[in-house]
Design a protein around this ligand. Structure first.
Ligand code: UGA
Length: 446
């Protein structure tokens, strides 16, 4: 199919490239000229495993164009327009300004076109956005009713760092539609995929995305709260507690051979320093704010947010309980990205920890294999951080080492320095084996 994708962020770019790899003819549009110039040269503005290779392999199926005033007439050529622009949070509410300007442009294009085009939202938007907000703009601008154009909602379930794999081998594909023409279009787009495909209205598709993310975030905040209670009570081996909980067959079913399956979901049931990224914090706040427009008080969702916002403070408290005075301590933060395999630092707990440690610690150094440049943009320039390339050398200089991102390279920490026993190692991601450290200098949230 001949498909336009508007927006070349994580979602739009990965979707465009993966759809091109299945033989669709894709044109990706973005208003950011720097991004488009890079992409036209075969370079990738984001770090995503396997994306550049797939993009180059399929270059004959994919074009990159700047989104500007001439885009409106260009859009007439497509059978499908997928919208994957950003939906950030502004004062606790979803900012739909990017969706709005794209909708106005498409509506104007439709006014002067007789062709049926399916408009499919891929951006994460709250229930009702596609069938009411977006549809109204399109109908008002075009003077046409739904049916003359098509409307769909096709949420993504892509994890940053694993997004290409998640797109090419999805658990399910959600085909949200408001007209049968669009359902058929969606079926055609995803015909090369052999997985469960769910057909439902656009509101249900939108809700599914929020429930999926909110439930995962709920698991993380719940287990963090249990760990916090256990630590305050004292003399509780929380690692063992959670191991026992995980062994419940309902979490980890028995296979026929008597061994257990430990599903990936258990990873969300380990205590840590809280969740971050561009999705969970934004999505659950948006769902809470939408719920408050109804008669439902989102008690659980609000608690998930509160526990998560408190977790970086909790980390500093645990550290101060052990170290007492930070003012003469050199702190090394290992990991700046919000999770491994990405250079994204949006809502990263590492950044929050640096903000809290500023003015408390004697000095702060920080390492990340790929996210230092992004961290520099996000951190207030008045905060003094010594960014380092060689973290192994820095180990000897630091008094406190905080592992803040679960990069696998940090697993080798105990082999890299002879002076670790003189330092505090705070494993906020519970990624190291505590038995390999002196109990006096190993610190964790468990
Ligand atoms: C999340 C969802 O997992 C995707 O399904 C969804 O499509 C995406 O949001 C989105 O809305 O676009 P992502 O934010 O990339 O994807 O990453 P996750 O791996 O789910 O991690 C989210 C946060 O939870 C991170 O801060 C991570 O450190 C934390 N996390 C994740 C944990 O604390 N423990 C874990 O076991 C996994």
């Amino acid at each position: 199919m001949n498909i336009a994708v508007i927006g070349t962020g994580y979602v739009g770019l990965v979707s465009g490239v993966c759809l091109a790899s299945k033989g669709h003819k894709i044109t990706c549009f973005d208003s950011n000229e720097i991004t488009i110039n890079l992409l036209q040269k075969g370079k990738n503005p984001i770090h995503e495993n396997g994306l550049t290779e797939l993009m180059i392999e399929n270059e004959k199926n994919i074009l990159f164009k700047i989104l500007n005033s001439s885009t409106e007439s260009n859009l007439k050529d497509f059978d499908v327009i997928i919208i994957a622009v950003g939906t950030p949070t502004l004062k606790g509410k979803t900012d739909l300004s990017q969706i709005e300007s794209v909708a106005i442009m498409i509506g104007k294009m439709l006014k002067n076109s007789e062709k049926y085009v399916s408009l499919i939202l891929k951006s994460t938007v709250l229930p009702g956005t596609t069938d009411t907000y977006f549809r109204n703009i399109i109908e008002n601008e075009s003077g046409k009713k739904l049916g003359k154009f098509g409307l769909g909602m096709n949420p993504e379930f892509l994890r940053e760092g694993n997004a290409v794999n998640d797109f090419l081998s999805p658990d399910r594909i959600v085909l949200g539609y408001e007209d049968l023409g669009t359902l058929n279009v969606l079926k055609k787009i995803y015909q090369p995929w052999d997985c469960q495909k769910l057909e439902l209205n656009t509101r249900s598709a939108e809700m599914m995305k929020y429930v999926n993310n909110s439930l995962l975030a709920t698991l993380i905040s719940s287990v963090n709260e249990y760990a916090n209670i256990a630590r305050e009570l004292g003399e509780i081996d929380f690692k063992k507690v959670m191991h026992g909980v995980h062994l419940d067959n309902r979490w980890s079913p028995l296979k026929k051979d008597g061994t257990k399956i430990f599903p990936e979901i258990l990873e969300y049931l380990r205590p840590g320093c809280g969740f971050g990224g561009s999705c969970f914090p934004k999505d659950i706040k948006a769902l809470s704010s939408l719920a408050k427009e109804t008669s439902i008080k989102p008690n659980i969702i609000d608690s998930v947010i509160a526990v998560n916002e408190g977790q970086p403070h909790r980390i500093i408290k645990i550290l101060e309980d052990r170290v007492k005075d930070l003012s003469n301590k050199r702190v090394l933060i290992l990991g700046l990205a919000f999770k491994p395999e990405t250079d994204d630092v949006r809502e990263s707990v590492s950044i929050k920890l640096i903000n809290l440690l500023d003015k408390k610690a004697l000095s702060i150094s920080a390492h990340d294999p790929i996210a230092i440049d992004n961290a520099k943009k996000f951190l207030d320039p008045s905060i003094r951080v010594n960014y380092i390339d060689n973290w192994q050398i820095e180990l000897d200089k630091a008094d406190i080492i905080i592992i803040a991102t679960k990069w696998s390279i940090y697993e080798s920490i105990n082999k890299l320095s002879n002076s670790l026993s003189e330092k505090v190692i705070f494993d906020t991601r519970s990624m190291l084996d505590p038995d390999k450290f002196d109990i006096m200098n190993y610190l964790s949230v468990e």
